[in-house]
Design a protein around this ligand. Structure first.
Ligand SMILES: [Zn+2]
Length: 117
């Protein structure tokens, strides 16, 4: 596993923790745990072959990383009862998008997200 891949995984853990620590006091550990559980969204990688490809952009490729799914996550993020689930999923998508943008450039990542690439 490359250093970039390890850094990406670490950010998937640290960024929700940072958001939880800043915005969800005093119960930030619960918020962080719920957002970490949303990493299960990567289960859609099991549908791909190979399951893990460090050069593949998840956004727009895996079914739970497409624009319609992300629209659902945004909706979940605004509802009080599902806010942490939606927020965790949105943070995940932002991190995956940023990974794509670093790998391939912002325009390519955006065209993948929009399905025009
Ligand atoms: Zn992902």
């Amino acid at each position: 596993m490359s250093l970039a891949a390890v850094l990406h995984l670490i950010l998937h853990i640290l960024v929700p923790g940072l958001v939880a620590r800043i915005f969800f006091l005093p119960d930030w550990r619960r918020a962080w745990t719920i957002m970490l559980i949303t990493m299960l969204v990567d289960a859609d990688h099991l549908l791909a072959s190979p399951i893990y490809d460090p050069d593949r952009c998840s956004i727009g490729f895996h079914p739970l990383h497409t624009l319609p799914a992300i629209a659902v996550y945004a909706y979940l993020a605004v509802l009080p009862r599902t806010r942490l689930i939606g927020l965790g999923l949105m943070l995940h998508m932002v991190l995956d998008f940023s990974d794509c943008a670093v790998q391939r450039g912002f325009a390519d990542a955006l065209s993948r997200l929009l399905g025009t690439g």
